[in-house]
Structures are given as structure tokens and as C-alpha cells.
Design a protein around this ligand. Structure first.
Ligand code: CO
Length: 450
């Protein structure tokens, strides 16, 4: 039945995407520490525990130093590599940073304990990933190049394969299909994995979300097609808008040629513990972790969380009745802006443009980020931007077609001086990086922890 007869490997996402998807990223280091040694014994390919939204949330809402969290994780995870999610030239922020920031950040991440870096770019523009990939390789980490999966007339197996090949030629140790909105249907996953496996020699990893309800089926077909690694979360932080449950995938393959080798009995006490953590977080942070499956995401490509945020924003503006128009406007704006995949930060860019169009008239008021996307400052869009729309947005202003970060001068020394001027002269390089990515939030954190 299987061409690939290797055991299926699992990345446990509980400590990053699991609680980011279901619990607003509020899991605290103290919730994690008691179970780290047990997690380390399971035999995972990696444990995703850093990057994505965790960095910002640590500083902003939990009064925790994300670097300190990383060191604490590393102290207890001695065998299993810690995995992080990095947005290429955006690092963990929302705009492009200078190369010195990207390089220093990646070096410090590896120094402090990250073993696997999953690196992606919202537009699949490999030029925005190159510096991070090369630095992480030099630092000795496992570098996983990810492309974001999306559906449009300009995306197909061959365009995804082309991106994957570029990533391999840059030295990536594995390739990840990053399906951040749960759009990848089972048979499409089968075909895509087949194409990748036939043309690429490094391991193929798949990441999806349960948002549309298809995720377990998608994994099963990807496994049949030979995928090497899948992302799962222990059940308390699985499904809904998160990943399939680790226990279920392990059980599904038990005794089969692709048996994960993981003993599911060892997972149960972990699941019990984290079920209590979830209840605690729900109470402390007043969270709703019971997120329902919503297959409408397939039509709009807007993750459920974002839909409800947009609806709330429109309610605040007294324009809730225009919500159906907004839903129709999103795909139109996306097409006009060159079919960017909808993932941070492009999802917010397209979302805010669509909201402005509906509330104020089409392209009457244009947010700066939208202008920057059209200027080419996020990189190349998958399809050319509609000419008349570009004119509406930028007039005769020129656009760039080189790598956006080529225009950004080094930033770290500036950050260091700014901090020194605020009488923080003995800060670590890690603090300077935190400040560069999230100036206000980091300052508040430094002040509170002087
Ligand atoms: Co995800």
C-alpha cells in the first residue's frame, strides 16, 4: 500500500500552534514545565514551542521574557528538538526587518535552544526567506523551508513544487506544506505530496488546521502519498481551529506499516494534565476554546478567528449589517491585489482593505500596509496586481521589484542607542531584538522588570 514505509514522524504543536489556535496563545511557561520531561520521552520528531505569536504574547500579555521561556524549555527538553515558526524577513513581527535583525535573531534563537526552524514567507517569495535560511544553516539548525498553501487560479502543484525546489537549493533540510487555514482537501493533499515526493529528496512535512473539518482525512491521504512528518497537538489543544489530535493519528496507524512507534499510553497522562491547563486558562483569561468547525472557510479562505474579529470590528462601527458585503469583498480584493495567500500579515492587509471598501467606498481610503503591498514592499505577489487598482492605490508612484529588505538599513545599533537613551544600557542582545520587533511592548516589559 505504501511506497514510503518509514514510520510516520510527528511534530507536537501543543506548546505553540495548539494553544495559539485555541487559547489565544495564553499558555504560560509555568503550565508547560511540569510535563516537559515526559513530552521529551515520547519520541516526537520535534516539539513546536516557540515563535509564531508566542513571542509577542509572552511580552504583551503574560509578562514573560520569551527568551527566558526558550532557555527553560531547552533545559528540560534534552532529546527532542525545539521547533519554532519564523516569518522569514518579517521574523516574528508584521513588517520587513533589516538583514542584521534577521541574522542576529536566528543566531540567538539557535543559541538559546531552537533546533528546528520552520521558515516561511506570506507571499512564498523565496527572496524573503534566504537570509534566515542561510543564517540558520550556518548556526547548525535543521532548517525547514515552508510554502504556504492557498487556492487561486495562480497556484497549483507545479507552482508549489517550484517554490519547494528553490527552498531545497538554498539548503533546506526538509520542506513543509503550510496549510494555515485548513484549505487542503484530502485528495489534493495526496496529489501534492506525490508530486513533491517524486521530485524532492528531503523529507516532506505537512501542517494543517481542522478549521474546515478535513484535517484528519487530509493527513491520512498525505500519509498514503508518502508524507514523512505531520503536525499534531495533544487532544485538549487539538481540532477546532487547531491540528488533528496526536493520540488519534498515533492510534490510526498502530500496527500498520507506517506505525509511528509512539506508545499512546504515554500520551494519556499528558493529555489529562493539559486538559486541566486548558480549563485553567479558560477561567483566567476568559477564553472560549470550543471553536467550531466551519467549512465556509473553503469559500472565503478567511480563518474563522479572523472572521469573528472582522465581525466585531464592524459591530463596533455600527455596520454589522454590511458583514455579508465584507465577506464578498474579501475574495475580490484578494484577486485585485494579486492573489496573496491569506496568512499573517497578508490576511490582515486584505481584510482591512476589504473592510474599508465596504464601509467607505471602494479604494477611497487606503491603509499604508496596502500601499506597501502594491509598492512591492512585501515581495512579489503570486499574480500581477490589477493595473487599474494599482493606479487607484498608488497613482504614478513607482513600485519596486527587488528584494524589499535591500532597501532597509541595519537596525540593531539604532535600537541599542534608543534603549541607552532611555537608560537601558546594560540590556542583552536578546532584549535589543525584542525591542526592535515590538518596541512599545518590550519597553513596557523592561520597565516592569527593571
Ligand atoms: Co498553523
Amino acid at each position: 500500500m505504501f511506497e514510503n514505509k518509514d514510520p510516520l514522524r510527528i511534530t507536537e504543536t501543543l506548546l505553540r500552534d495548539g494553544h495559539q489556535s485555541l487559547a489565544a496563545t495564553r499558555m504560560r511557561t509555568s503550565d508547560m514545565v511540569p510535563m516537559l520531561e515526559q513530552l521529551d520521552e515520547i519520541g516526537y520528531f520535534s516539539i513546536e514551542a516557540w515563535g509564531g505569536a508566542t513571542f509577542d504574547t509572552c511580552l504583551r500579555f503574560l509578562n514573560e521574557d520569551p527568551w527566558e521561556r526558550l532557555r527553560m524549555l531547552k533545559k528540560h527538553l534534552k532529546k527532542t528538538p525545539i521547533q519554532m515558526l519564523l516569518r522569514g524577513q518579517n521574523v516574528l513581527g508584521y513588517s520587513h526587518y533589516a538583514d542584521d535583525v534577521v541574522m542576529e535573531f536566528v543566531k540567538r534563537a539557535v543559541d538559546n535552544g531552537v533546533g528546528v526552524l520552520r521558515i516561511f514567507d506570506a507571499l512564498n517569495d523565496v527572496r524573503n526567506m534566504e537570509v534566515a535560511i542561510k543564517t540558520a544553516k550556518q548556526a547548525g539548525a535543521h532548517v525547514q523551508g515552508a510554502f504556504v498553501y492557498t487556492i487561486s487560479p495562480f497556484h497549483n502543484e507545479q507552482t508549489f513544487l517550484a517554490v519547494a525546489k528553490d527552498l531545497v537549493s538554498l539548503g533546506c533540510d526538509s520542506i513543509c506544506i503550510k496549510d494555515m487555514a485548513g484549505l487542503l482537501a484530502p485528495y489534493n493533499a495526496y496529489n501534492l505530496v506525490k508530486v513533491l515526493k517524486a521530485n524532492i529528496s528531503v523529507p516532506i512535512h505537512i501542517h494543517t488546521h481542522y478549521t474546515s473539518g478535513m484535517a484528519s482525512m487530509t493527513y491520512l491521504k498525505a500519509i498514503e502519498a508518502g508524507v514523512d512528518i505531520v503536525d499534531c497537538s495533544l487532544s485538549p489543544f487539538a481540532m477546532g481551529s487547531s491540528q488533528p489530535a496526536t493520540e488519534a493519528i498515533v492510534a490510526a496507524l498502530e500496527g500498520n506499516e507506517r506505525d509511528t512507534g509512539i506508545n499512546k499510553e504515554q500520551l494519556y497522562p499528558l493529555a489529562d494534565y493539559f486538559r486541566n491547563v486548558k480549563r485553567e486558562l479558560e477561567k483566567t483569561f476568559k477564553l472560549n476554546t470550543a471553536i467550531e468547525i466551519d467549512t465556509k472557510v473553503l469559500k472565503f479562505q478567511i480563518p474563522g478567528g479572523m472572521l469573528s474579529n472582522l465581525l466585531n470590528q464592524m459591530k463596533e462601527q455600527g455596520m454589522a449589517d454590511k458583514f455579508p458585503e465584507l465577506i464578498a469583498e474579501m475574495p475580490r480584493v484578494r484577486a485585485e491585489l494579486g492573489y496573496p495567500p491569506l496568512v499573517t500579515p497578508t490576511s490582515q492587509i486584505v481584510g482591512s482593505m476589504a473592510a474599508f471598501n465596504v464601509m467607505l467606498g471602494r479604494y477611497k481610503v487606503i491603509p499604508e500596509e496596502v500601499k506597501n503591498l502594491v509598492r512591492g514592499k512585501y515581495g512579489r505577489t503570486p499574480a500581477p496586481i490589477d493595473r487599474s487598482i494599482r493606479k487607484l492605490i498608488l497613482g504614478d508612484e513607482p513600485t519596486i521589484d527587488h528584494r524589499p529588505a535591500d532597501d532597509i538599513s541595519p537596525q540593531l545599533e539604532n535600537s541599542r542607542q534608543e534603549l541607552a537613551a532611555k537608560s537601558y544600557s546594560n540590556v542583552s542582545t536578546e532584549d535589543i531584538l525584542s525591542y526592535t520587533l515590538f518596541p512599545e511592548v518590550a519597553l513596557k516589559f523592561l520597565e516592569a522588570n527593571r
